[in-house]
Write a protein that binds this ligand. Structure first.
Ligand code: GLP
Length: 245
């Protein structure tokens, strides 16, 4: 794992956006997995605008969503589906056949996970996975003490995730389960970008870098990935010392 600290969030987002564009240039038929949340917003804005400005051909490129809250319809602005539509898929006018997102209202959630796994296989595996980090160190909805040896699955959400997740919703919302890509997908992904910004992430970033690698803090698993970047702004890196650097 390589980690880099940027002075401001804007520089982090700029680096990440260029990296995503490079992924498409080097494999125009490839597959990118996108996280949602506050962290990657600016990265996605720059990614979308630069991809268009630079006239990169993404007409055969594919996108999938990392996770989704169970019980949340596509029309709910707090959901992951809505976020990716609004910030990436609609602005880029990505064709339906070129993306696949979890349906949080699926009648059969097990089949929903198998369908996602199947889609990833069909698109020859994930070239680039963009992930954030939860306040408890989760990746997607891979919560502390979950099984890292899984592809997509239905996850029970921890109390922290249920509470922190309220920030995305206008009204108090029941959040108890999530659909998520598993850490098997994370390790199989040919490249990973993990992004963190803001002082509220400083403590979990210190633990991600200095705690033993274990499922107590799932994000520590990034240190085992062969081709991963951890990109931080100075606020998120505030509790790291020279030893870490
Ligand atoms: C959420 C999502 C993750 C996201 C993470 C961080 O619960 N399931 O995909 O990366 O937590 O979110 P944020 O960027 O808003 O801090």
């Amino acid at each position: 794992m390589i980690f880099r600290v940027f002075e401001h969030e804007e520089e982090l987002a700029s680096f990440a956006a260029d990296h995503l564009i490079e992924t498409i240039r080097s494999n125009p038929n490839g597959l990118m997995c996108l996280a949602t949340g506050s962290t990657p917003l600016l990265t996605y804005q720059l990614f979308v605008s630069r991809l268009r400005e630079q006239r990169v051909d993404y007409s055969n490129f594919h996108f999938i969503g990392l996770d989704e809250w169970v019980g949340i319809p596509d029309s709910n602005p707090g959901g992951c589906h809505y976020f990716l539509q609004e910030h990436v898929l609609k602005p880029l006018v990505v064709k339906n056949k070129n993306y696949h997102l979890f349906n949080g209202l699926a009648a059969d959630l097990r089949t929903e996970c198998l369908t996602m796994d199947e889609q990833i296989r069909k698109w020859n595996g994930i070239d680039m996975m963009v992930v954030g980090i939860g306040m408890n160190g989760h990746i997607g909805f891979n919560e502390p003490h979950s099984n890292p040896d899984q592809h997509a699955y239905l996850a029970d959400l921890t109390e922290t995730t249920r509470q922190v997740g309220q920030k995305y919703f206008v009204e108090k919302t029941e959040l108890s389960k999530g659909l998520t890509l598993g850490l098997k997908h994370f390790f199989e992904s040919r490249q990973v970008l993990m992004l963190a910004n803001g002082s509220h992430k400083a403590d979990i970033i210190r633990r991600t870098i200095s705690d033993p690698i274990s499922m107590e803090i799932p994000a520590t698993q990034i240190r085992r990935h062969q081709n991963a970047y951890l990109l931080l702004d100075t606020e998120a890196a505030a509790q790291l010392n020279d030893d870490h650097h």
